[in-house]
Design a protein around this ligand. Sequence first.
Ligand code: DAH
Length: 340
Amino acid sequence: MIDKIKDHLQAVEQFDAQDPDAIEAFRIQYLGKKGILNDFFTAFKAVPSEDKKAYGQAVNLLKTKAQEKVDALKKQLEAKREEHGVYGDLTRPGQEIGIGSRHPISVVKDEIIRIFANIGFNVSEGPEIEDDWHNFTALNLPEYHPARDMQDTFFIQTDPEKILLRTHTSGVQVRYMENNTPPFRTISPGRVYRNEDISARSHCLFHQVEGLYVDKGVSFVDLKQTILYFVKQLFGKSKIRLRPSYFPFTEPSAEVDIYWGLETEADYRITKGTGWLEIMGCGMVDPNVLSNCKIDAEQYTGFAFGMGIERIAMLLYQIEDIRMFYENDIRFLRQFKSAF
Ligand code: DAH
């Protein structure tokens, strides 16, 4: 019997295993309810009394050794798991983290802000849900004025007071003039809404940037120079022309064209063979608008301009369809990673 136990002691000492199933099988084989040790303990009764002491010591030693072996192997396993299991192989290459990119509308908007900030314009904003006064009436567009039809409006409420989704950012001019005393220079970027059919060229929702400069002695020359500076900065083009136009809130009014050139087939297409492209509306703030905003039109003059951000972005990046801006197609958005 004692020899048998000694054989087991040797087997226990030599046992080695890396995988948890083998260790568990070993534990059950020796220490389990129906295991080898249990058999030895059961056999204790039959051992002659003079051998009982040595037998008991040998069985106890085997039990201790078996338990120690199981513990040691489990510990080893645990250590390995910490090394590889929790964090995996620490020397492996890192996982790529997808870095987002800014939306082209934001990119162009920020660039416009930067260019005007360099010549002293601050940034102002107004609400997208606007009242009739700020969107129309104060801008020299009284009720029943035919020019109101120029912009198809989404009305939120018509009675008792007209509340609407602003059709342009020009209303921010009014808010700014009502709340500040000249001189000031401000640009107002924001989202605007028009009840228009959605197509490659127009959308019911788009973005504009409004500009306003009011001081003593501001003239049309200042307006033209400011726009020329802006066009040079943003497009790298140095030829512009101002065509007489009409806006109720400016007098005189003009539309600005930039000379795009006729070098490529695309140039022909987008300029319809003329080389010129319209980019914004502008003019000298109508004295009625200044008066509506409690600014003394005898003392002060000002200029204003307004442009569509989508249109500018489409020209800069040669985007042919305005709907691309709102569809969140990741293949489209990814292309602006390194823009500006
Ligand atoms: N509000 C005009 C529009 O939405 C754009 C505009 C034209 C703004 C002339 C101005 C301006 O400030 O002077 O079409």
